[in-house]
Design a protein around this ligand. Structure first.
Ligand SMILES: Nc1ncnc2c1ncn2[C@@H]1O[C@H](COP(=O)(O)OP(=O)(O)O)[C@@H](O)[C@H]1O
Ligand SMILES: [Mg+2]
Length: 289
């Protein structure tokens, strides 16, 4: 297979995806690496139909990689994950509407550009969790106990913010990963509960959570993904969906992810090849009318 990995500056030294690239190379595949934030790119040369079987991106919020992945999709290349699917979860406001529309369990979600707008949310909905719509890795996620404790104007990062009622939970998140159709449940301390012990381990997956996570993949059209779930008083609630997450605690994560990338690249390629074979042959240029 001929693959092109987009490696954002933030992940230059990270096992995910760098070790996956090493693994694929060791298996004999051709892997080209593009560093979208690190060098000048001549776009017409970098993104060429037919040059690769698939492009792969582990996104970073606001990073330049997604534009390039979308460019690859535009010229007809297979992308892992699907470029439009990534957009659908990278924006938490959009992801919340999609989830709600499909009946997935998500908290009521408000959006505003300035945190002071959240003062209009009924007091009964507090405490609120306020977070940037394009956030990741717990950045700028706040627990706001009451309207008078909302972040002061001008103190939050620019861009859309979302607010949700805090779902009461133990302080330990359930992080469920999907690789090659298999689900792996792990638990990790919530950034909103620094008082909890730092505990990270695999845990059994209940049928209820497995169904929700499988449905997430279908709803957002994601192949490689993770779901942050909190166990609230009324059952599991989705608080975050991530394309290409860390897969921490997944056994043999590097080999599994590498294998999944190959399968997805192959499926995408044959999908396009089949579609192309069904197209009528192009009319000869200048042929008889
Ligand atoms: N509505 C909520 N109720 C309870 N906890 C939440 C809620 N939203 C987020 N959290 C907690 O905050 C953490 C970070 O929020 P998340 O939406 O996953 O942002 P990030 O993209 O930064 O990971 C979650 O893993 C969860 O522990
Ligand atoms: Mg999260």
């Amino acid at each position: 297979m001929r693959l092109c990995f987009l490696v954002e500056e933030q992940y230059r030294r990270d096992g995910m995806p760098v070790d996956v690239i090493r693994q694929l190379t060791a298996w004999g595949h051709q892997v080209d690496v593009l560093r979208p934030g690190g060098s000048l790119l001549k776009l017409s040369e970098a993104v060429r139909a037919g040059a690769h079987d698939a492009w792969v991106l582990k996104t970073v919020s606001g990073g330049p990689g997604l534009t390039l992945l979308e460019a690859a999709a535009t010229v007809g290349l297979t992308t892992v994950n699907d470029a439009r699917a990534i957009r659908g979860v990278r924006d938490k406001a959009l992801a919340a509407v999609t989830a709600e529309h499909h009946g997935l369990p998500v908290p009521v979600t408000y959006a505003a550009a300035r945190p002071e707008e959240f003062a209009e949310i009924p007091a009964a909905a507090y405490p609120l969790v306020v977070k940037p719509a394009d956030g990741s890795s717990g950045r700028a996620v706040r627990l706001v106990p009451s309207p008078d404790r909302l972040p002061a104007p001008g103190t939050e990062p620019a861009g859309m913010l979302i607010a949700q009622p805090y779902v009461p939970n133990s302080g330990i998140d359930l992080k469920v990963y999907c690789v090659d159709g298999e689900l792996y449940a792990t638990e990790r301390r919530s950034p909103l509960h620094p008082d909890q012990p730092t505990r990270e381990r695999r845990v059994p997956l209940t049928a209820e959570v497995a169904d929700i996570v499988t449905e997430v993949g279908a709803v957002y059209s994601l192949d490689l993904y993770g779901v942050d779930v909190v166990l609230g008083p009324d059952g599991p609630v989705i608080v975050d969906v991530n394309d290409f997450p860390s897969f921490r605690q997944v056994p043999d994560a590097v080999a599994r992810v590498a294998w999944a990338v190959l399968r997805l690249a192959d499926a995408g390629t044959s999908r396009y090849a089949t579609a192309a074979a069904q197209l009528p042959a192009p009319a000869p240029v200048g042929g008889a009318a």
